[in-house]
Design a protein around this ligand. Sequence first.
Ligand SMILES: [Zn+2]
Ligand SMILES: [Zn+2]
Length: 429
Amino acid sequence: MEGCKYVTAEIYEKVRAYREEFHRYPERAWTEYRTSWRIAKRLRQLGFEVFVGEDVCGVNARMGVPSPEWLRPYEERARDEGMPPDILEKMRGGHTGVVGVLRGCLEESKKRAPVVAFRFDIDALPITEEQTAYNAQYRSIYDGVMHACGHDGHAAVGLGVAEVLSRYRMEWRGEVRLIFQPAEEGCHGAAAIVEKGWLDGVDTLLSGHIGIGCRHLGEISACTKGFLATTKLDFYFRGKSAHAGKAPEKGRNALLSAARFTVDAYGLVDGRDDVKLNVGKFVSGSGRNIIAADAHLEAETRGITQLKNHELREKMIEVARRAGQLYGVSVDVEIIGEAGTAGSSPGLVKRCSACAANMGIAGMFQEEADFGASEDVTIMMERVQSQGGEAAFFMFGTPLKAEHHHGAFDFDEEVLEIMTEFYVRFLLG
Ligand SMILES: [Zn+2]
Ligand SMILES: [Zn+2]
């Protein structure tokens, strides 16, 4: 692209190569071992101070982490693919993600040097990638897992930003934190990075997503509204099995109790458009003639404000407990994901519009846009804003081969060049 001064053809080639590699080896939430290793390795080569393993996420603040047994095959696979044992040992048990820190060498005033954080999500989805003409070179080699949201691109842009900032280190001042966040899908990861303190002391946080509401190359829109606060919950109903013909009264019917809960829960949002809830998965019972002893439900709540979402979440849990009591069934609830509603800081968005102007695409920069979905980066944004810092989240336009979360999803790689250039210009002008 013409307006790219820092992202040269050579750097753009590298960013594309990173993206294609991440795309070929997609990893789901908390299994991003190979991805994290590759990122950490490159950051080290570029002179960053690199943090991995328990230094990235607050261990107990991670949500929805699968069991060690479930994770093990993914760890072994990463090892078989060349991940060195020392770094694998640090990440075992779902301690994925990377943070890279670099300080600029420009000294121009006595003012406190600013801390600027960039956040890139790196996880993939449980989707089988379709065989298409355009992805023959880099189609996913892991069956049933695919980068179908563009996080492969985000991770590649993160490394592109690292390349440029390391090369031009004499021309910027302050501290840069590149946060490569695991487990965005399902909103599992951001809170744990906040809990570890990576957003503390941050003056500026920049993040973004390719595609979503923007479909033209060069289009950059700041998301100021439309983030829905959300909570992801798992419900476990535990009763007792019994012979359904001979002595059903000796059982405790978990299926019936969970079904009652499901119906009553939807009643909480009847006729409301400020909140939403969904029970998206319901697994129960073991056979036709057996009173079902357990039920596992995957559910979520959403709200236009965090308060409304929290109120709905609490009411939903209350409805579950009541349904449990009614049938003598125990109910456990596990909160496995959360996102907030923070919008972009207007002052920061204004300053970022200069980056677009310097790239010659001022006409395609939009200062106010609706995101219309949930993103756990909002938890990081809230932390930065609550401490007096500024945060912004942008959508970067690209035509899409298919919608996000679809097996034929793909984007125009030129968006990666634009995104990288836009980010580095925040520091380099
Ligand atoms: Zn997604
Ligand atoms: Zn996404």
